[in-house]
Design a protein around this ligand. Structure first.
Ligand SMILES: [Zn+2]
Length: 236
């Protein structure tokens, strides 16, 4: 199979997670996901679903339907976005907590969206434990915030923004997270790594992030890839 001129068979078996954004999107995602035998999927009602005419309970009941029909491996992205502050005051928190409760009901891990919201996300993860824990996705904090998420038992996933010049604190976090808790992700179509920064991102660019993160950690991209794979499968 070819994507934009790249022969995907050269990349070896693709293992990974296709992430949900809103209830119902899995119906259109699944035919694409099924083209790759190693891909799993999540379903979600992320904070951006708020403020669009649906209540938290409506979103959750749609999400439950998705779970029943499509058997996901994760719930998420779920979390808090202080950059956009979606919905009415308190609704993001309510939706995040309801997603954690659903994950616990179904015995699934979660993948957490945290944009400029360390304090609230940490507080909710402490008071509303996700039994299976999961992933802090697209981690953009510093070493201290990484430590707090690690203490709660979460894996930390880094994206292409680790390559951006101004992100020194984030690079410290990349070096700090232990081998047993590190993941890398594309976050495509966002956060294209240097040297393709500014273009629409695709999963094919993940190798730049691997090379960069491996160098920071004093290892090779191949070895880092082995660790990431192990960590990913241990969460599932
Ligand atoms: Zn996100």
């Amino acid at each position: 199979m070819k994507a934009k001129g790249v022969d995907l068979s050269l990349l070896g078996p693709l293992e990974g997670m296709d992430i949900g954004c809103e209830p119902g999107d899995i119906e259109t995602r699944l035919p694409l996901i099924k083209q790759f035998s190693g891909l799993r999927w999540s379903v979600s009602a992320g904070p951006w679903c708020l403020g669009r005419g649906k209540s938290v309970s409506q979103l959750i009941s749609q999400l439950k339907e998705d779970c029943g029909k499509f058997r996901p491996d994760f719930i998420g992205e779920t979390g808090i976005d202080r950059h956009y502050n979606y919905g009415e005051k308190g609704e993001m928190e309510e939706l995040f907590i309801a997603c954690i409760e659903l994950a616990n009901e179904l015995n699934l891990p979660i993948t957490v969206h945290n944009r400029e919201a360390d304090k609230t996300v940490l507080e909710i993860l402490r008071t509303h434990r996700a039994d299976r824990r999961g992933i802090i996705h697209c981690f953009s904090g510093d070493r201290e915030s990484a430590r707090q998420f690690l203490d709660l038992g979460y894996a930390i996933s880094f994206a292409g923004n680790v390559t951006y010049k101004s992100n020194e604190a984030l690079r410290e976090a990349v070096s700090y997270v232990p081998d047993s808790s590190i993941l890398l992700e594309t976050d495509s179509p966002y956060l294209s790594p240097v040297p393709v920064r500014g273009r629409v991102n695709t999963p094919l660019n993940i190798s730049y992030t691997y090379e960069f993160a491996a160098q920071l950690r004093g290892t090779s991209a191949q070895e880092l890839n082995e660790k990431v794979k192990q960590n990913y499968f241990s969460i599932l």
